[in-house]
Structure formats: C-alpha cells, structure tokens
Design a protein around this ligand. Structure first.
Ligand SMILES: [Zn+2]
Length: 320
C-alpha cells in the first residue's frame, strides 16, 4: 500500500524567512504542496516563479520529500486570447446570458474539453511535474456561483458535474503521457456536493477542501450546522471514490483565512480540534492529509512561533 500523505501547502511568498523544505523534514512530514494563491485567475507559472522550476523541485527531492502543485489554473487551461475566435468556449451567465472571460469554460462547447482544457493540462503537467504523479489543476476561484456555465446545453449539469467532466477529460489526456498520472477533483464551494450524472475516470481522486467549515468545532461535532453539512458532503464523496482516493486539504494552519495580507492574524490552529478531525477522518479509512499554512512566513513565526506545525505533524504521526 502507498504511504499516506502528510503535507503542508504554502505559497511562494511563504518562503520569505522560512525554509519549508527543512521544516517539513524536521517534523517528519513527507509532502510539500506549492499553491499559486486564491482569488482572481492568474498565470500560475508567472506566480510560481522559481518555485515552479526544476532546480527547486530537485531541492525538495534531495531532502527526501515529495512535491505537488496545487493550482487554480483556469487562466492557463483556457487562455483569454481564445475569446476573440471562440467565445463559445467561455461560460454563459445565468440571467444576462453574456459569455465572460476569466471564469471557467462551457463544458459542452464542441472540442473545448479535449482540444483545449486537456491539451493545456498536459502542457502544465510537463512544466510542473509532481513527484507523486498527482496533479491539481483546479478551476477558477474568483466567483463562486458564477464560475461555471449556464448555457442551455450545460444547464443539465451541476457545477460539480461540469467540474468532473473537465477533470475526466484532463485525466484521460494526462495518462497518455504518464500511465501513473492521477488528477484531483476539487470538492470546494460549489463543487462540494457529489456529482450525480457523471462518474469519475479511474485516475481521478477527490480532494476535499472544507473551506467554510467551522474550525471552532471538530468536523464531526454535530453542534456545528456547517460541519454537519460538510460531513454529509464527505460521506457522499466517499461513496463515490472510496477512502483511498480521498485527499484532505484542510485549513488548520491557514493564517490567510481572514484579514488582509499585511495583517498578522494567528492561524486558526487548535490542537484538540485538529486531533479530533484527524481521528474522525482516519476512522473512515482516509490516509492522505494536507493543510494550508499560507502566510506562515518568517514575519509570522516571529510573532506567533511555529509550534503548531510540530503539533500538526505529531497528530498525523499518531494516527498513521
Ligand atoms: Zn455551456
């Protein structure tokens, strides 16, 4: 059986004053996830800079760690320049019926998934390979509820189904180049509910990112209405994928959850809640864990220390 993932996901700017490679290694974690940030779509290669280069990946590998890229990649998957010649590739809004750039794509537009999205995913996988063969090419993050297509042909598909149709097309293409390639369906915001009309390809796994959960309660604590809803979503995704194909992407250490970039709030980390969450997730057979630790850079560590990284690692070690 493949080893479980014990990871941290950070952005390039989080390396200011922190050597994440050494920190992961020192704490017995095994996977470094590099994230290109949320919000409006951006060219992920430009955002990643040196952290998207082979030299950096070699440093991670030399430390005995795995690396993965976790990317809101809509701008790379569907370049804006296509709007002029192929406006039908772009999403149609519900009421205005206007097609718009910088969101996702119209999944039923002929050729868009196979010729554009899947081909650009293959190019991204070459530029940003992952040591685990796991790829995370997510849709846009700028307009939940508006990001997928409302044209007549797409209307039959929920946002989850539009997302999975796209991931399936990328999955088929990626395995042509790499038979071991796996790609994530991101369960997040509007794509949290399990799809009904579309089934995942064999090399698709589910990354479960419960962004709007309450971190004041354990995920399984029924006193939180938000968390009760997320457990329902998780159970539905588990029924579709099975526990070995669920990767948890949590927010336990995410110092970017609230406040502006120049404000220095502590992360929401609570050792007791994190442990109860991990106990619950592992009781379901789930073995792959990551958490965002965005904005835990050198300035953060000076203010708040970095004890919580070690505590997170100790919890994962206890339940592996
Ligand atoms: Zn459409």
């Amino acid at each position: 059986m493949k080893k479980g993932k014990k990871g941290i996901v950070v952005c390039p700017s989080d390396f200011n004053g922190v050597n994440w490679i050494e920190k992961l290694k020192a704490n017995g974690l095994n996977t470094l996830g590099i994230h290109s940030g949320g919000g409006n779509g951006r060219d992920v290669l430009a955002v990643l800079g040196e952290y998207g280069k082979a030299e950096f990946r070699q440093q991670v590998a030399d430390a005995g760690l795995d690396y993965e890229y976790e990317l809101h990649a809509s701008k790379n998957l569907l370049p804006e320049s296509l709007f002029e010649t192929h406006p039908e590739y772009f999403v149609q809004a519900l009421h205005s019926k206007i097609r718009t750039q910088n969101l996702n794509w119209c999944v039923t537009a002929p050729g868009v998934l196979e010729n554009v999205i899947a081909e650009n995913a293959a190019g991204l996988a070459k530029s940003l390979p992952s040591s685990t063969h796991n790829y995370f090419f997510w849709g846009c993050d700028s307009a939940p509820g508006r990001d997928w297509c409302h044209c007549p042909a797409c209307s039959i598909y929920s946002f989850s189904e539009q997302n999975l149709l796209s991931v399936n097309a990328m999955a088929r293409r990626l395995r042509q180049d790499d038979p071991e390639a796996q790609i994530a369906y991101l369960a997040y915001y509007a794509t949290m509910p399990a799809p009904q009309l579309v089934k995942p390809e064999s090399n698709v796994f589910c990354e479960f990112a419960p962004y709007s959960r309450s971190l004041d309660y354990a995920i399984c604590d029924r006193r939180s209405a938000a968390n009760r809803q997320y457990v329902k979503y998780l159970m539905d995704q588990l029924a579709l994928y099975g526990p070995e194909k669920i990767h948890i992407l949590e927010y336990w250490l995410d110092a970017s959850l609230w406040g502006k970039a120049d404000e220095r709030h502590p992360s929401p980390f609570n050792k007791k809640i994190c442990e109860e969450d991990v106990r619950f997730y592992t009781s379901l057979g789930i073995r792959h864990f990551t958490t965002f630790a965005v904005r835990q850079d050198g300035a953060y560590v000076k203010l708040h220390g970095d004890r919580e990284i070690s505590e997170y690692a100790e919890i994962l070690a206890k339940y592996e």
